[in-house]
Design a protein around this ligand. Structure first.
Ligand SMILES: Cc1ncc(COP(=O)(O)O)c(C=O)c1O
Length: 398
């Protein structure tokens, strides 16, 4: 495959992109550098664009099924890339991973039950539980200070065990790899989680949407299902949306080996007519998994260089900010606590003084207070500007 130039900017203006067009509403300024929402500024793999263009050329956009070839492409991908095999019958399609989280709360828990999550974590982990009338039970990650002052996060397994033992706790939602702190959980950590859930009869939903975005200098990603037993109460949520930068197409899958759990989920999805897909999501999904591998390999090299660039630049040029290298995802977790601002002040400072639009850490949970999330899925030149602008703003503070 020919070299892909990820440095080449793609103009996303006039595409109704949330990352660009919602800036005014979210930040109060339309000119902040858009390094927030978790999509990338890169063109999707050419094979995906070609498949979508070809589909668009057929002028009837009617109700669309999930073809066998789609399941085949997905199963081949996970067998080859993740050494994980699953049966076609175990798969339920869904219009996204977030809808799947809400559906899981409804399928596997009752009103008032507790659902365990591990903050700081992707905000819909909180909202899916609350919106469905369940209660969030927090098992916060532990942050260990490293030699350079940056943080390395681990699970608090002893506390997880205590949470799991509570009579109202019915489900754990795992984020693997973890957004926003970028951990790729080790086999030992994942095995411990499975064990705790088994002993306390918890349903376990593993959101592995970032599973393909793992850096080559980290340990490899383990699909939880590949470590599990067939009768474990496990739901694995996967999607090509982050992998191939097609989240706007809105299609994901859940793999559920346990037939009882699968039926409960199927019933909830059915009740909302949620599995309805569209001609483009089906086409993009299959083309990504079938042809996107070589593109992804080049993407990961580029993202790794972006990650290393940010780590070095922050250390050299941004006093008061600390960051550690994530093991996976294209998200970086900036520790800005030494700037001495509260969260409202932090958001305002980055927007008004620096002109940089990042996600506010506290939206990922109370232990995200004082942090900001940076999206590095963009040309390096954008990150150069981010560093430039923050450095200049820091300069005016002293
Ligand atoms: C952990 C995690 N789950 C789910 C999603 C979104 O999934 P979807 O767009 O399929 O609802 C994201 C997007 O950032 C994410 O980071």
């Amino acid at each position: 495959m020919s070299h892909i130039d990820f440095d080449q900017p793609v103009n996303r203006e006039n595409t109704h992109a949330v990352k660009l067009d919602a800036r005014e509403a979210v930040f109060g300024r339309a000119d902040v550098l858009p390094v927030w929402v978790a999509d990338m500024d890169f063109a999707a793999p050419q094979a995906v664009t070609d498949a979508l263009s070809e589909r668009a050329r057929h002028p009837v956009y009617g109700y669309t099924m999930f073809p066998d070839s789609l399941y085949g492409a997905m199963r081949d991908w996970f067998r080859q890339r993740h050494q994980w095999s699953f049966q076609r019958e175990w798969v339920l399609m869904a219009p996204g991973v977030v809808p799947s989280l809400n559906a899981a709360c409804m399928a596997y828990t009752h009103l008032g039950d507790e659902v365990i999550i591990q903050p700081p974590v992707y905000p819909p982990f909180f909202s899916s539980v609350r919106q469905t009338g369940r209660q969030v039970l927090e098992n916060p990650l532990l942050a260990e200070k490293q030699e350079d002052g940056s943080l390395y996060y681990r699970m608090n397994l002893a506390h997880l065990e205590q949470c799991a033992a509570r009579p109202q706790a019915k489900m754990l939602v795992l984020c693997s790899p973890h957004n926003p702190i970028g951990r790729v959980w080790s086999e030992a950590e994942l095995t411990a989680v499975l064990d705790i859930c088994r002993r306390h009869n918890l349903v376990l939903l593993s959101d592995e949407i970032h599973c393909d975005l793992v850096f080559s200098d980290s340990h490899r990603h383990h699909m939880l299902a590949a470590l599990a037993r067939p009768d474990d109460q496990l739901i694995t949520a996967i999607a090509p949306s982050k992998t191939f930068n097609i989240p706007g197409l809105g299609l994901s899958a859940m793999v559920i080996a346990n037939s009882g759990l699968r039926q409960k989920m199927a019933d909830v999805l059915e009740s909302f007519h949620m599995p309805q897909s569209n001609p483009f999501s089906v086409t993009g999904f299959e083309a990504g998994y079938r042809h996107g591998g070589p593109w992804l390999d080049q993407l990961m090299d580029y993202l790794q260089a972006n990650r290393d660039f940010v780590v070095n630049q922050v250390a050299q040029r941004l006093p008061g900010i600390k960051v550690s290298a994530p093991e996976g995802t294209y998200l970086m977790w900036l520790d800005c606590r030494a700037l001495g601002l509260d969260d409202t002040g932090l958001k305002r400072w980055f927007v008004e003084q620096a002109g940089v639009g990042m996600n506010l850490g506290v939206s990922f949970g109370a232990n995200g207070s004082g942090f900001m999330r940076l999206n590095i899925g963009c040309p390096r030149a954008t990150l150069e500007q981010v560093v430039e602008r923050i450095q200049a703003a820091l300069g005016t503070r002293q």
